[in-house]
Design a protein around this ligand. Structure first.
Ligand code: UD1
Ligand code: CA
Length: 465
């Protein structure tokens, strides 16, 4: 029985080579081009993730400019690092990586600055390669200028001619080389050793492989990609912004298809991953970052940033909130203008209101911090009411200290709680107090200068001339 024609026929391992040595001169930046971010993730990381999604047995990264920065950013990835000290062309770049290539492998060559290529497209290219030794990913563009052109005779691919080497006639060809190809490992090594640099740019062109293959009687297959954004590379900040929007649009469409209401998909950004429940409504200019999980019936107000959050059901987040690395229970109400800093946990139906900052604290079920407060390093019980302007003084200049507040306590407005301190259950703290000792449960405690009345006092007034 013959094997099915899929790329993942088990006996053919897939090895990926990512070219990322180029400088990216037109980015005008000290950051290497492939480390510029798209949707909060380095360009080259998008490419690595695609390679991983294909179950590649190895991923080689050809690096050059900004090598140390690239290595540092990708330190968690298991990559084969191949340095290209001088950028002598795409063929020369691949040459730096062939040492680790097995003869029988399918070698997929990708560019580190082409971030939108999908797994589905790459799978189709691998299928196009199945019976051949070489297959190319191509596209038909209305404006093909700048790209290498695919020259066909009787519909068969014959060679690729770079724009700079092209005659006027060849420049009229609209089928272009995306740069992405799959080639048999052994053939790759043989053909690479034969390419020269006798061309307009004096470079070793990877694209010369095609003519060599055809001369040996090989058939070069192609997969023609319809979605041109997938093969677009990034050379400058305009293209970076363009592909960012494109990527965001795709994510927004995906979320809306799953039932999320986006008030304006053009003003929504997802820089990471999010899992969303039913009937989630997201107003304009919301940024969701990192890894987030959001429950059912959640409303997120305009201009809010939600990063690494776990949010329960029936939560309302009003406008202009910044929430990071915290957990929000069901039925909570947050904002407007609220900030949750890392390691905060809000119990069910808790309320955090205007201009309130909460850091590394537990606010248990039903408790309210509604106005103008800082709560840090605090364990707050249930149904506590924290008055406007309450501050937990958690830092003594050297160390952080804990504030504990029992269930049903009532903290009057404009109170400073100097930690370490414990407020007992059901305690009431008079407004304007500064407390540096514990307050007993169910008692009224306050520290306040007695109110005075000065007889005969007059407001100063200006002398009449
Ligand atoms: C290349 C193709 C062209 C194709 C186009 C698609 C060749 C000769 N030409 O042209 O047919 O239409 O891509 O975008 O292959 N790189 C290195 N080391 C080098 C040179 C390049 O790592 O010495 C990397 C770059 O960082 C980049 C990629 O290879 O990621 C492509 O290089 P680039 O110079 O942009 O190739 P093009 O001239 O655009
Ligand atoms: Ca290019």
């Amino acid at each position: 029985m013959s094997e099915p024609l899929t790329h993942n026929t088990p006996q053919i391992p897939l090895q990926v080579i990512i070219l990322a040595a180029g400088k990216g001169t037109r980015m005008y930046s000290n950051t290497p081009k492939v480390l510029h971010e798209l949707a909060g993730k380095a360009l080259v990381q998008h490419v690595i993730d695609s390679a991983k999604a294909l179950d590649a047995s190895s991923i080689s990264l050809v690096y050059g400019h900004g090598g140390e920065q690239v290595k540092q950013t990708l330190s968690n990835e298991s990559l084969l690092w191949c340095e290209q000290t001088e950028q002598l062309g795409t063929g020369h770049a691949v040459q730096q990586a062939v040492g680790a290539i097995n003869d029988e492998a399918n070698v997929l060559i990708l560019y580190g600055d082409v971030p939108l290529l999908s797994k589905e497209t790459l799978e189709k290219l691998l299928i196009a390669k199945a019976e051949q030794n070489l297959a190319l990913l191509t596209a038909n563009l209305d404006n093909p200028s700048g790209y290498g052109r695919i020259v066909r005779t009787d519909n068969k691919i014959e060679k690729i001619v770079e724009e700079k080497d092209a005659s006027e006639e060849i420049k009229t060809i609209t089928e272009v080389n995306s740069g992405v190809m799959v080639v048999n490992g052994e053939k790759l090594k043989t053909w690479l050793s034969q390419i020269g640099n006798n061309n307009a740019q004096g470079e070793y062109y990877l694209t010369d492989l095609i003519e060599l293959a055809v001369k040996e009687g090989e058939t070069v297959n192609s997969y023609i990609v319809r979605d041109h954004k997938e093969i677009e590379g990034i050379n400058n900040k305009l293209q970076l912004a363009d592909l960012e929007r494109e990527y965001q649009k795709r994510q927004a469409i995906c979320l809306m298809t799953q039932g999320v209401t986006l008030k304006d998909p053009a003003r929504f950004d997802l820089r990471g991953e999010v899992e969303l429940g039913m009937d989630v409504i997201i107003d304009i200019n919301v940024i969701i970052e990192g890894q987030c999980k959001i429950g059912h019936n959640v409303k997120i107000g305009a201009n809010s940033i939600i990063k690494d959050m776990i949010i329960g059901d029936n939560v309302e987040i009003l406008e202009n909130c910044i929430l990071e690395k915290s957990i929000v229970g069901n039925g909570c109400n947050i904002g407007p203008y609220a900030r949750l800093r890392p390691d905060t946990e809000l119990g069910e139906n808790a309320k955090v209101g205007n201009f309130v900052e909460i850091k590394k604290s537990i606010i248990a079920q039903g408790s309210k911090v509604n106005h103008l407060s800082y709560i840090g390093d605090t364990h707050m019980g249930k149904n506590v009411n924290v008055g406007a302007g309450t501050i937990t003084c958690n830092y003594d200049g050297a160390y952080k200290h804990i504030t504990k507040i029992g269930d049903n306590a009532f903290i009057g407005s404009n109170t400073a709680l100097v930690a370490p301190i414990e407020i007992g259950e059901g305690a009431t703290i008079g407004a304007g107090s500064t407390l540096n000792k514990d307050a007993e449960e169910n008692k009224l405690t306050f520290s306040r200068a007695p109110q005075k009345k000065i007889e005969g006092w007059k407001r100063p007034s200006k002398n009449k001339a």
